[in-house]
Ligand binder design. Structure first.
Ligand SMILES: NC(=O)c1ccc[n+]([C@@H]2O[C@H](COP(=O)([O-])OP(=O)(O)OC[C@H]3O[C@@H](n4cnc5c(N)ncnc54)[C@H](O)[C@@H]3O)[C@@H](O)[C@H]2O)c1
Length: 456
């Protein structure tokens, strides 16, 4: 394929060299004449292990050349990869001037081109930038309306300086955000030699994933460093702690606890976090990241309360009172905090929670409900119909069977505040028994006496 690469910094020079290495014909473009001269002389414009060797090979083989002319690069290629810098100001504001400028230049070069051209944005940009900045710049440069002549995709990359060549060949995934399957197919073909799952998604999702990934990486580094600090203060070997911590691929390094939803609670997480923070404080260890977790959690509860109050209706039906479905434990439940806030603001609240109601009947959590939160106990409903008959606003607090039933039965007059953020799908048939059976089938097979004789 004939490819142009705009911006020959860390990302662009590695991208250009790697695509040329696998046989594509690549033209690099940079405004910096010094970089252009260096690459054309087969010298790496950045310090990156292995890049010099690959550049020497592909420049020698005439599969990569570099120019300062955008027009020349676009005229002689069918696809452009934009890898220009997107520097941040001190206040965090992202400067996307270079994206705008490159977009205009590519657009200008496409003014009278009859056959389609594909523009792929590799630089890191905030969600919406492609639509708000790049597309208008391309159309303004071309003086054309959007149409089949222009194909567009976002393709963030996940290379790390120092191991870019290896990361280019083995990324966690090849991520492409574009609206049409044709462009996705083209990029799937372009990346056919790359050893990674191909993920096609919406443009804004692809833009966002890069930020989520980098924010999470930063969070992980700071988390590990704070754990290192607190271990040192307690006289514990931090490397050994983290080595063992990382062995848990079920709860620690896994999908667990990484779904957007509502605040955490229960009898362990808040208590244990407070104990750790208190002990660290007593040892004069500062833990700004860990200290921010409980305030962040409280902000989620406030956000939920504000969403309900924002509906400007008094009668509220809440599904789920315990801190997660499948338990009757109300200790530190964020749903209890939410309900108490709503009552305090004058809302007329009813609550449905199968486990908590059963607990009241058999007495498992009875003392807590009747002695600690009697004002809430009296608000419990017995079924979805009663709750919906009362409620103007329905709050989905967990992913229980009742939540699915209620969502299937709501009327046009009900306002729904879904604290699970879409984790519950409306269902008119009870499914809990089935999901329990599924969940415990592993348990059964692991512990049943005949399990060892079962064939896989
Ligand atoms: N460095 C990394 O490891 C890394 C990793 C992932 C993503 N990113 C993202 O990739 C993008 C590029 O990062 P980088 O580190 O390679 O940037 P860089 O600053 O090293 O290089 C950017 C290059 O773009 C050139 N440029 C600027 N305006 C231009 C224009 N109008 N036409 C042609 N060239 C132009 C500059 O001269 C420079 O050589 C950024 O959005 C960055 O956030 C970087």
């Amino acid at each position: 394929m004939r490819i142009s690469v705009f911006g020959l910094g860390y990302v662009g020079s590695v991208t250009a060299a790697c695509f040329a290495k696998v046989g594509h014909e690549v033209i690099g473009v940079d405004t910096n004449a010094e970089k252009v001269g260096m690459v054309n002389a087969a010298m790496s414009p950045v310090v990156e292990p292995g890049l010099g060797v690959v550049l020497a090979e592909v420049v020698e083989a005439r599969r990569l050349r570099v120019t300062i002319s955008s027009e020349e690069a676009v005229r002689n290629t069918d696809l452009a990869l934009i890898c220009v810098g997107t520097p941040g100001r001190a206040n965090g504001h992202l400067n996307v001037d270079a994206i705008e400028r490159v977009g205009r230049e590519i657009g200008q070069a496409l003014r009278s081109r009859p056959d389609p051209y594909t523009v792929v944005l590799r630089s890191t940009v905030l969600p919406g930038t492609t639509e708000r900045v790049l597309v208008p710049a391309l159309l303004a440069g071309a003086r054309r309306k959007a149409g089949p002549w222009l194909r567009l995709a976002v393709n963030p990359e996940f290379m790390r300086e120092g191991s870019s060549l290896r990361d280019f060949a083995h990324p966690p995934f090849t991520l492409v955000g574009c609206p049409d399957p044709e462009t996705a197919s083209l990029l799937r073909w372009l990346y056919a030699g790359v050893d990674a799952p191909f993920v096609h998604t919406a443009v804004r999702t692809a833009e966002m994933i890069k930020y989520v990934s980098n924010a999470f990486h930063a969070l992980k580094v700071s988390f590990a460093n704070e754990i290192g600090d607190v271990c040192e203060a307690f006289g514990v070997d931090a490397q050994e702690v983290m080595r063992i911590f990382l062995m848990d691929r079920k709860l620690n390094v896994s999908e667990a606890y990484l779904r957007p939803g509502f605040a955490f609670g229960g009898s362990c997480l808040p208590k244990d976090l407070r104990a750790l923070l208190h002990a660290a404080l007593s040892a004069d260890v500062s833990l700004p990241l860990l200290s921010a977790i409980l305030p962040s959690n409280e902000a989620q509860i406030r956000r939920g309360v504000e969403a309900v109050l924002g509906a400007r209706k008094r009668r509220v039906g809440v599904i789920g009172l315990s801190f997660k479905p499948g338990t009757d434990d109300l200790r530190e439940s964020p749903m209890v905090a939410l309900v108490e806030n709503l009552i305090g603001k004058g809302c007329d609240v009813r609550i449905l929670d199968r486990n908590v109601s059963i607990a009241r009947l058999v007495g498992a959590n009875r003392r807590y409900i009747e002695e600690e939160i009697p004002h809430i106990a009296s608000l419990m409903c017995e079924n979805v119909e009663t709750l919906l008959a009362h409620a103007e606003v329905l709050v989905i607090g967990n992913t229980s069977e009742e939540a699915a039933l209620a969502l299937a039965a709501i009327g046009p007059h009900h306002v729904v505040i879904d604290l699970t953020r879409g984790a519950v799908r409306p269902s008119s048939t009870p499914s809990m028994e089935a999901s329990w059976r599924e969940e415990f089938s592993d348990f059964d097979s692991a512990f049943s006496p005949s399990s060892s004789s079962r064939s896989p």
